[in-house]
Design a protein around this ligand. Structure first.
Ligand code: BT5
Length: 263
């Protein structure tokens, strides 16, 4: 079933995030469409939502499986007056909002893995892709794309990630309303974004740490120029990942340049 655009628009009317909602049946990527709209002047809080994507993007040229009728694919336009190096904080903020939305359905079962994965057990249920466009004086806009698997069944996942992906329906044992989850996600996103603009990153960081399931984990990080192992040591005051080597020395890892690998 397609989204009821009119009903969603009236539910979200006046909201900081989603107050302007553009619904499409199929797009290549909601991030690309949101970027095009932002370039044309779309205001902060604009959301582009699609029923399916033909070229859903992950990070580093990876793709995001985006079949019709079952999941949420949305992109949010933000125009925060922050220094460019703080833009990755938007990924963590969106992660907190998405984790709280999922926790309302699956209490105590969702955790965030730095920087952009939401996991139930060890399976990914939601991914976030943040893309930033710069202007002469700083950030022009940030696009935060969120893919949340809702009613997709295990058999529908591509073989390549069938063992590593899941959906809310698979975990909760029942179908859920995409519209209700969209409204809840937009409301929570708006609340966290408000808090961020007023008080800075620190409340987001605290909540992120309380929802992150990485305490005590040993990580192997792949950089452009090689790999490094270390123990998870939290996130810095700007959102960078901290890993500790055998001697306890900390290395900062920023979202753009690293991938956490298994084991
Ligand atoms: C992400 O990338 O997790 C970011 C995904 C963002 C998708 C949203 S949908 C709306 C908006 N518009 C877009 O075009 N993108 C955003 P990354 O960490 O690189 O993870 C990608 C990897 O996740 C893939 O290589 C697969 O292994 C796996 N994957 C692909 N589709 C999946 C799905 N639907 N559910 C779970 N895992 C998936």
């Amino acid at each position: 079933m397609l989204f009821d655009a009119g009903a969603l628009q009236s539910r979200l009317a006046g909201c900081r995030i989603g107050g302007r909602l553009h619904c499409a049946e199929t797009v290549d990527s909601t991030n690309r469409v949101a970027m095009e709209r932002a370039r044309a002047g779309a205001p902060e809080g604009t959301v582009v939502l699609a029923d399916s994507q033909t070229a859903g993007r992950g990070r580093l040229q990876r793709s995001w499986q985006s079949p019709p009728g079952c999941n949420l694919y949305l992109s949010v336009v933000l125009r925060p007056a922050i220094p460019p190096h703080d833009a990755p904080q938007m990924t963590l903020l969106a992660g907190v909002a998405a984790a709280e939305t999922i926790a309302a359905v699956l209490p105590g079962r969702v955790r965030i893995k730095w920087p952009n994965d939401l996991l139930v057990g060890d399976r990914k249920v939601c991914g976030i892709l943040t893309e930033t466009r710069m202007a002469a004086g700083g950030i022009d806009f940030v696009i935060v794309g969120i893919g949340l698997n809702i009613n997709m069944r295990r058999a529908e996942f591509a073989a390549a990630h069938r063992e590593t992906a899941t959906s809310l329906c698979e975990e909760a044992g029942r179908e859920l309303s995409r519209g209700e989850l969209l409204v809840s996600l937009c409301e929570r996103f708006g609340q966290w974004y408000d808090r961020y603009l007023r008080y800075g990153f620190s409340p987001v960081r605290e909540r992120w740490l309380s929802r992150c399931g990485m305490a005590g984990e040993r990580l192997r990080i792949r950089f452009g120029d090689g790999e490094q192992e270390g123990a998870f040591a939290g996130i810095d005051h700007d959102g960078a990942l901290l890993i500790a080597d055998e001697q306890g020395a900390l290395r900062r890892v920023t979202a753009g340049d690293a991938t956490i690998m298994k084991g």
